[in-house]
Design a protein around this ligand. Structure first.
Ligand code: SF4
Length: 460
């Protein structure tokens, strides 16, 4: 699938694109199906969560996300305070009354089931929605898969043969489906990766709209950093993890300009930008998928690092950063996966680091070959990284993991800029290695919290 920059960077809510935004969107889609079905007047509704959604759904707030979707909230239009009141009302009344449908029963306690049996066959993140009539007969049923980054497909869509890439991309000036094609088109056209991505985007929306939406994406990312740097206290959930970004930020501000400052303090700045975003994500705040919520801190952190710490940085280049990063994210999603439940954390933070490295390399003047090299270095050194969130919460190791992913992204961009773009391992091969590693990774390490850090807790 050829991804728009606005598919890669979607404004939504935390803590997880696959376990929060995706299930919320699935619930909204099921209500739309009910509205479109003439004879499916439901008396009750049931939802079952399967696979990783069952195992880590509590920690990832999947149950709350399904309720929000059934209350007709979408990730991009959520008024958090109003939503909390309506969830409380649903728990009191155990009735739903979506616009355009009759009121029907839905008891969140009994009708939203975490199914710890085998996952559904199509993907590790499966949901089954069923509408029932008064006699308890199923009048409408649908299986959805939340395939990462907030994307949701029905079982039929998942099984349908993918349209040939060439067919899907008719009309796109630069239909690159892998990095080799991207570099060839850049060489032949003389265009940068950002210019090619922009040319593809303006096939479906005006140039002004592309710029306006890119501005909104960066404003949402930066707003998330600012909120994260302004808040302290404890994050929600059983781990009682404390927010750290604000306190470290204040230390860094106090130390600024001091002779004792060490050069690697730059990595602390990068870390707090990323941690601010991921603390907000863990608290269920507004974040931008980049390419997922769990990995949402890396790209904003590196952009902020570019703007605040790189001499000669130009705010106008943030759009090029995002377009370049989205081009790389699209290649990874198309040829492997950005889903922790499918590929482990190499698919989430690894992809985010590759995207951020590419974006930074581009805005620092890298050639397309250097940009591809930067993405490859960053991805290569995340290969094999598992997903093992403690207690199913997107906190440990996720928050620090974004901080370290951001520092690796900057190191990768810097290393690539010191070369001429020629390098041993092509990005396409590295993406294939990531896909194969993900396929062979035990499900214990794919967002189920059944292995790794999640089962090696400190004794308190
Ligand atoms: S460990 Fe990585 S992939 Fe897993 S939830 Fe955390 S950030 Fe996402």
């Amino acid at each position: 699938m050829f991804l728009s920059v606005f598919d890669v960077f979607k404004i939504g809510i935390g803590p997880s694109s696959s376990h929060t935004m995706g299930p919320m969107s699935a619930a909204v889609r099921f209500l739309d199906m009910l509205r479109a079905s003439a004879d499916a007047a439901p008396a009750a509704l049931r939802v079952r969560l399967h696979g990783s959604l069952a195992f880590t759904g509590k920690g990832h707030a999947t149950d709350r996300a399904v309720l929000l979707g059934l209350l007709d909230y979408r990730p991009d239009n959520l008024d958090v305070d109003e939503a909390e009141e309506r969830i409380a009302e649903l728990w009191r009344t155990r009735r739903l009354h979506p616009a355009g449908l009759p009121a029907f029963d839905f008891d969140p306690e009994a009708d939203l089931v975490f199914d710890f049996g085998p996952p559904l066959p199509g993907h590790a993140n499966g949901l089954v929605f069923q509408a029932l009539d008064r006699a308890g007969k199923v009048v409408l049923s649908e299986i959805f898969y939340s395939i990462g980054g907030g994307f949701v497909v029905t079982a039929a869509e998942r099984e349908a043969p993918a349209a040939a890439f060439e067919t899907e991309c008719v009309g796109w000036p630069y239909p690159f489906h892998n990095a080799a094609a991207m570099l060839r088109m850049a060489r032949e056209s003389g265009a940068s990766i950002a210019e090619m991505k922009r040319a593809n985007e303006i096939v479906v929306r005006s140039a002004a709209e592309v710029d306006e939406k890119l501005g909104a994406v960066w404003a949402a990312m930066n707003g998330c950093i600012e909120r994260g740097l302004s808040l302290d206290g404890q994050l929600p959930g059983s781990l009682k993890v404390k927010r750290r970004a604000k306190a470290i930020h204040q230390q860094l501000l106090r130390e600024r300009g001091a002779n004792s400052s060490l050069p690697h303090v730059a990595s602390d700045w990068l870390a707090i930008y990323a941690m601010a975003v991921n603390e907000e994500n863990a608290a269920g705040g507004r974040v931008v998928t980049a390419p997922t919520n769990g990995a949402a801190g890396v790209v904003p952190a590196v952009i902020r690092y570019y703007l605040d710490h790189c001499a000669g940085a130009e705010p106008a280049k943030v759009a090029d950063f995002l377009l370049t990063a989205a081009a790389i994210g699209g290649l990874i999603k198309h040829n492997a996966s950005i889903s922790g439940a499918e590929a482990g954390c190499q698919g989430e933070v690894g992809s985010a680091a590759a995207m951020a490295a590419a974006g930074l390399c581009a805005v620092l003047g890298g050639t397309p070959e250097q940009v591809e090299n930067a993405a490859e270095i960053a991805l290569e050194h995340h290969l094999g990284m598992t997903c093992d969130p403690v207690a199913g919460l997107v906190q440990v190791p996720c928050i620090e993991r974004n901080a370290i992913g951001a520092t690796k992204a900057v190191a990768a961009a810097s290393l690539a800029l010191r070369g001429d773009g020629q390098h041993f391992m092509p990005l396409d091969n590295c993406i294939q290695a990531m896909r194969q590693t993900g396929e062979e990774m035990s499900t214990k390490f794919k967002e189920t919290s059944l292995g790794g850090l999640a089962v090696n807790l400190p004794e308190c």
